[in-house]
Write a protein of this length. Structure first.
Length: 306
């Protein structure tokens, strides 16, 4: 058991906190302008920040107990041209370094899939999928494609799988500390907001409906993962909700993300990634330990309908 207390300056204000380390796990309690950066949920799932885990211990464990990690990404239309090469090149450098990775890349034009020379133990499998007319439908219908692929072959090929948006790039090692049974990403803009400010679907007619006052975190659909069986259940549930809404002539406010938030309300994640694991530099530019960053977006350029 190790306890350390620290005091310093961060973002031009006083930061106080303490860490408690027991074996491989470190819990960090940080108080920043009276805002607590939580490292554990009410149901005792870890919230992962740099410094809350023992990287050396984890790397040693997974060297002795090797795993294969899948990474799925959709790159359709102009997103393929603008983002895919950088996403894959940065993933090859920073995503699960030293471990076996299979990239599952969905494109609508296979001829545009550029050749990238990957490191050892890195493999790419591509699949051509139909491009929907609306970006909202592309976003929502990926849940069906993921469900089909997970059921057909991904579940037999990997131990863990992450599903990510293509308009991001890796900035630092995104490693085995992120592996868990059911992994959710805390959305950077809402990390310290009350749940009454979350942009959940508030219409009871939708299957994504979350009542005002309910909800633990606002989760970002740009990143989610876990074991194949848990991710399969997640995407099947989201797709079922999406299709039920379509039948009832309603579309959730944030499409598949709204259904993902409803799923995580009812099926608590076993691990939550802090905004360090998916950061938006338009919030502020001095965020430390960023592993994955949103690309600066021009939706008018990449979306056929805005």
């Amino acid at each position: 058991l190790t306890i350390a207390v620290f005091l310093g300056l961060g973002q031009s204000c006083l930061v106080f906190g303490f860490t408690v380390t027991v074996g491989m796990f470190t819990v960090v309690y940080v108080f920043h302008n009276k805002i607590e950066l939580r490292t554990k949920t009410p149901w005792n799932a870890p919230i992962l920040w740099e410094g809350t885990f023992n990287r050396t211990y984890l790397e040693e464990y997974y060297r002795n107990n090797p795993v294969t990690i899948g990474l799925t990404v959709f790159a359709l239309g102009k997103y393929l041209d603008k983002y895919l090469e950088k996403f894959l090149a940065s993933a090859d450098k920073y995503f699960m370094p030293g471990h076996k990775v299979i990239y599952y890349v969905m494109v609508d034009d296979h001829s545009k899939l550029l050749y990238i020379e990957y490191g050892t133990s890195r493999f790419l499998k591509s699949r051509v999928v139909a491009k929907e007319a609306r970006w909202q439908d592309i976003s929502m219908m990926r849940m069906k494609t993921l469900a089909d692929m997970l059921q057909d072959f991904i579940k037999d090929e990997v131990d863990y799988v992450f599903c990510m948006d293509v308009d991001m790039d890796f900035r630092a090692p995104y490693g085995v500390e992120t592996l868990g049974e059911l992994v959710a990403q805390a959305q950077a803009w809402f990390m310290n907001s009350p749940n009454t400010e979350f942009t959940y679907e508030r219409r009871p007619e939708s299957k994504a409906y979350i009542e005002m006052g309910q909800g633990d975190f606002y989760y970002h659909a740009a990143v989610f993962g876990g074991t194949p069986s848990r991710v399969l259940d997640l995407v099947r549930s989201c797709y079922a909700g999406i299709m039920e809404d379509k039948k009832n002539n309603i579309e959730a406010v944030w499409h598949d993300e709204s259904h993902l938030n409803k799923y995580f309300l009812e099926h608590k994640p076993t691990l939550i990634l802090s905004p360090e694991y998916c950061w938006d530099f338009t919030i502020y530019t001095e965020m430390e330990h960023v592993k994955l960053a949103w690309a600066m977006k021009d939706y008018a350029e990449v979306r056929d309908n805005v």
